[in-house]
Ligand binder design. Structure first.
Ligand code: 4AD
Ligand code: MG
Length: 454
């Protein structure tokens, strides 16, 4: 901004320019004010009141603007107190930033002027000062819960983790692809699809009943589109909303969630995929820890429940041919001393058509890998893809999908390379690093069966 203004002045000699205005108080975010090295200067801060404490000779406020967990202490003359200056109100405070004598904070703002921009009806407001409400309670107010410490910390972590995921892939030579949200395929073949239809009720006679001429759905995975792109860019990723019409109210399922997906060409071993999963997890987590340590600490100190060890999971899990259920996944992780576990080579019949046959028996296993983590179960799912045209052709034919997936078979005809990839559920990742029990508390506006608030 400053640079741009200088440039304008230089380009336009201003003989009739107005006299410069007296220096205005610099507008600072709370985070900037808290970290300011330079004190005894006039500043202006805007935000929401987190607490008001009126004493005989002094009025204390705490102002938060979402830029940090910590609020800025404002010290004011009690004459500045106003009927509307309450918990939850939106305010603008102007004054001098000074060194604080209080040992818990470096600086405080000595208010000269306080303007209540938007009052708050504290009786009706569902949150109260210094009260830590259970997450289930806050969930009822998706339009207001971002004003609580827990949700604002969560949303800052979510934002930093998003940026870190993009930088991880960029730094490792991946191209980001916007895969479509509306698609005509069911990548996972599980039939958990939301149909996309227009709201036009009346159809003209003879008019095709499909807007796109074919049935269309909200995507369950961008993988197939990524496979197209991996055939030209070698390493690609996508990170976007994903939709599953699973009728599950579980604490780890959403109808709309975010998935990070990567696809790598010239990959012949599951180990290569495992390595990328591991590097992604470690790199993103260490960036999040360094960017918002206080936000992460809040979860570990006050929010995460003590990990309950379940004993009812101790049942046979190597029942060949049945899929791993949540309890089995938890048992495996527990059996491995509560550390993340990679499970490889799943039964052929349980997995989608695109997974590569290991040829260890007649259609016995596929080269699939899941990453299971403590407290959550499956965090990532990936595989080598079936790149051999005849294997893929016969599997699609058996499933009656050969026509629909002709384009996918084409990819195997024109410069097919061995390839593979994986998807990581972003909300499950956040649950895992923050120890949040319910997935509905790590996304701002959760969508699940019978609930679509806002
Ligand atoms: O294991 P999934 O179904 O794998 C795929 O969709 C692959 N096509 C990904 C790929 O290889 N490109 O889903 C991947 C991850 C799961 O491990 C889980 O973390 C998350 O997505 N996930 C969900 N998260 C929240 N709510 C749901 N309903 C989820 N379903 C899957
Ligand atoms: Mg899976």
């Amino acid at each position: 901004m400053f640079g741009a203004r200088c440039l304008l002045l230089a380009l336009r000699p201003c003989s009739s320019a107005p006299c410069p205005k007296p220096a205005q108080a610099a507008k600072l975010r709370v985070r900037e004010a808290l970290g300011a090295q330079e004190v005894n200067r006039d500043i202006k801060v805007q935000g929401w009141v987190r607490s008001v404490r009126s004493q005989k000779e002094v009025l204390f406020l705490h102002i938060n603007d979402g830029s940090s967990l910590e609020s800025l202490q404002v010290v004011a003359d009690p004459t500045l107190e106003h009927r509307d200056l309450t918990f939850g109100s939106a305010v603008e405070v102007q004054g001098k930033l000074v060194k604080s004598l209080h040992r818990m904070q470096n600086v405080e703002l000595k208010a000269e002027n306080i303007r209540v921009v938007g009052p708050c009806d504290t009786l009706m407001f569902p949150f109260k000062p210094r009260e830590r409400q259970p997450l289930e309670y806050s969930r009822q107010f998706p339009h207001l819960r971002c004003r609580t410490n827990t949700l604002s910390s969560l949303l800052r972590v979510r934002s930093e983790a998003t940026a870190a995921i993009h930088s991880f892939f960029k730094d490792n030579g991946y191209v980001h692809v916007h895969t479509p949200i509306i698609t005509s395929n069911d990548c996972e073949g599980a039939g958990e699809l939301f149909h996309v239809r227009t709201s036009n009720k009346v159809q003209e006679p003879g008019e095709n009943s499909h807007f796109f001429n074919v049935p269309a759905f909200l995507t369950v995975s961008g993988q197939l589109h990524l496979e197209v792109m991996a055939g030209a860019f070698t390493q690609v990723f996508t990170f976007g909303p994903t939709f599953r019409a699973e009728n599950s109210q579980s604490r780890r399922h959403l109808a709309e969630f975010y998935m990070v997906e990567a696809e790598m060409s010239f990959t012949e071993s599951l180990q290569d995929i495992i390595q990328v999963m591991e590097d992604l997890f470690k790199t993103v987590t260490s960036i999040v820890l360094s960017k918002c340590p206080q936000d992460v600490e809040l979860f570990h100190k006050y929010v995460s429940p003590a990990q309950k060890v379940r004993t009812d999971a101790e049942e046979q899990i190597h029942n060949w041919g049945s899929d791993l259920q949540t309890e089995h996944e938890k048992y495996l992780v527990k059996h491995c001393s509560e550390i993340p576990v990679f499970v490889v080579n799943y039964p052929y019949d349980l997995k989608p058509f695109y997974m590569r046959d290991n040829e260890d028996g007649p259609q016995r296993t596929v080269a699939a890998v899941d990453l299971l983590v403590p407290g959550i179960g499956e965090l990532c799912g990936g595989s080598l893809r079936e790149e051999r045209p005849h294997f893929l052709q016969s599997r699609l034919a058996r499933l009656g999908l050969a026509d629909a997936y002709q384009w996918y078979l084409d990819l195997r005809q024109f410069g097919s390379a061995p390839h593979g990839g994986f998807g990581m559920g972003f909300e499950r990742y956040l649950q895992c690093i923050l120890g949040v029990d319910n997935i509905k508390d790590v996304i701002p506006f959760p969508r699940f069966p019978h609930s679509c608030l806002l």
